[in-house]
Design a protein around this ligand. Structure first.
Ligand code: HEC
Length: 138
């Protein structure tokens, strides 16, 4: 029994090592690269009132915790982040990023931003791109 107990810590170490190796293989740690077909792409989904309402709801659930309810980049989790979320109310904040690049970042995540992944359909993500852009217009 004593021998068996002595064995437990080494199993834990092994488990942790395997976990870390797994984590190292996740796409998040690969160099960030937007696929060429999205790089200069313009948003193909026309914002409708329904689409924007849905995007706003998802923003509240999934995004505001970091990006802030108004897109000001002041969400509760934002403070320790590097790079910190930008203030989207400033039109300069998203200059140089195409709709396709924003789409890709929302879908796949980037650095400390988690991926929306399968939680949102592509059309929903395009609507979120419109929403993110709209913060600067208010
Ligand atoms: C855990 C915090 C966190 C959450 C949740 C989060 N983001 Fe982000 N987001 C970030 C950070 C940090 C960046 C900057 C990443 C970088 O450039 O390295 C970012 C970047 C972005 C960008 C790219 C433009 C830019 O700022 O450079 C968009 C667009 C975006 N987020 C939208 C969203 C949307 C939409 C959601 C919800 C579906 C969301 N984010 C959820 C933290 C978050």
């Amino acid at each position: 029994m004593i021998k068996l107990l002595a064995f437990v810590p080494s199993l834990l170490v092994l488990g942790a090592a395997m976990f870390l190796q797994e984590a190292g293989n996740t796409p998040e740690t690969q160099p960030f690269k937007v696929p060429p077909e999205l790089v200069g792409k313009t948003n193909p989904v026309k914002p409708t009132p329904e689409g924007m309402a849905h995007a706003a709801k998802m923003w509240t659930y999934d995004c505001a915790i970091c990006h802030g309810a108004t897109g000001d980049g002041n969400g509760e989790l934002a403070h320790d982040m590097k790079p910190a979320p930008k203030d989207y109310r400033d039109p300069a904040s998203l200059k140089g990023l195409s709709d396709g690049e924003l789409f890709y970042i929302i879908q796949k995540g980037k650095d400390q931003m988690p991926a929306e992944g399968d939680r949102a359909k592509p059309d929903d993500i395009w609507n979120m791109v419109s929403l993110v852009r709209s913060f600067a217009k208010k």
